[in-house]
Structure formats: C-alpha cells, structure tokens
Design a protein around this ligand. Structure first.
Ligand SMILES: *[C@@H]1O[C@H](CO)[C@@H](O)[C@H](O)[C@H]1NC(C)=O
Length: 195
C-alpha cells in the first residue's frame, strides 16, 4: 500500500523533473550556488542577478564569473549573496498566474533606483539574464536557477529605471528570445511610471 502511494505521488514529480529538454531541468544540474540562484517570493522577498564588478553594464557582465546574485534583506541567506537596499524598487508589483500550458509563474515588475547599487551604470540601457537561453540552453549566467521553478528570465534596464523578473514552471512562459525588446515585451505587467 505504501509502495502504491509512493508511486501515485511519485509519478507527477518524476514527469515534472523532465520537461521538453532534460538539460533545462535545474534538478539535473550540478554546482547550484547561492550566488547563482534567484528568488521571487514577494515584493520584499527576492534575489536578482547583478554584475559582480562595480559600475558594469549588464551586457559586459555576461561572461563566466561576471555576475553575482543580490538579495533583499529578507531573502538573503548566504555570505556570497550581495545585499540590496530596502528601497531598491521605487514601485514594484508581484503577479502570480498560470501560462497557456497551465504552468505557474511568478513575477516582479516595476521601477528601480539604479543609483542605490554600485554595480550598475545609470546610463546603461541594460540587458537580460536567464536560466534557459544561451549556449546549450544552460543560461546566462550559466547554470543559474530560480528557487522552486524550472526557468527564469530577468531584465535590468538602468537607463530606464526599470527591471523585471519572472520565474516559470513552463519554458514557454519565460521567453528568452526577446532579450533586446525590453521588460514589457518579455514580461507583460505593471511598470507604473517607468514604462
Ligand atoms: C531615472 O531616475 C533618475 C534619478 O531619479 C532620474 O534623474 C532620471 O531622469 C530617471 N530616468 C528616466 C528615464 O526616467
């Protein structure tokens, strides 16, 4: 009986662990690091990828070792994560929903204050980080993941005072192919006065 119950509960988990492409499953990845793991739980409970070096354009941070995850004070759980100030977002909205295939996603969209973190350049038009684009679909930063989800996509646009991040169960809900189109195209949502 116990075995049957295990089977019944085990099956969805097993199929969930193997999406379209096994390489895209974080559970099969090695070397998952706190400074390479984003998080979206609430407007004050989140971690974002940022450049590791001061005053770096997002595009210039996209080399191995060029990034570091920064967290809100509530979310920060490891020394290797940077700390974001509590007023980093000027306006932010959390939105949770399901995509066309029924997969859950969660996102933060809104206006940031880039000057409050020394890693950004105020004039940088910005760029994208993700878990599932890039070479072999292993992401940029490579092997980065989102806690509790299979995929994520994040854009930081300092010159527009705008940022966005979405974590998704379904690959299709975290679009990685629009990386030059800006936050509203990649992650539809509320951008307040910075749209
Ligand atoms: C971004 O914020 C800074 C500081 O408040 C401001 O000077 C600048 O005009 C803003 N940029 C845009 C595009 O709104």
């Amino acid at each position: 009986m116990l075995f049957l119950e295990l089977l019944a509960f085990g099956m969805p988990v097993i199929s969930f662990a193997y999406p379209h492409n096994p390489i895209k499953s974080p559970s099969l990845r090695r070397d998952v690091q706190a400074d390479n793991t984003v998080k979206v739980v609430g407007p004050e409970d989140y971690c974002l990828v940022m450049p590791r070096d001061p005053h770096t354009n997002i595009g210039d941070s996209e080399y191995p070792g060029g990034t570091q995850v920064f967290c809100s004070s509530i979310a920060r759980s490891a020394d290797e994560q940077g700390l974001l100030p509590d007023n980093f977002w000027e306006n932010v909205e959390l939105h949770e929903d399901q995509g066309d295939n029924g997969g859950k996603y969660v996102q933060l969209t809104g206006c940031i204050r880039p000057s409050l973190i020394d890693r950004l350049n105020q004039l940088d038009e910005g760029g994208q980080y993700d878990s599932s684009g890039g070479r072999e679909g292993r992401g940029n930063p490579r092997d980065s993941v989102c806690v509790g989800y299979n995929h994520y996509v994040e854009l930081v646009e300092p010159a527009l005072n705008r940022s966005c991040i979405r974590c998704c169960e379904d690959f299709d809900d975290c679009v990685v192919s629009k990386d030059t189109k800006g936050c509203p195209a990649v992650i539809p949502g509320n951008y307040f006065n910075c749209d």
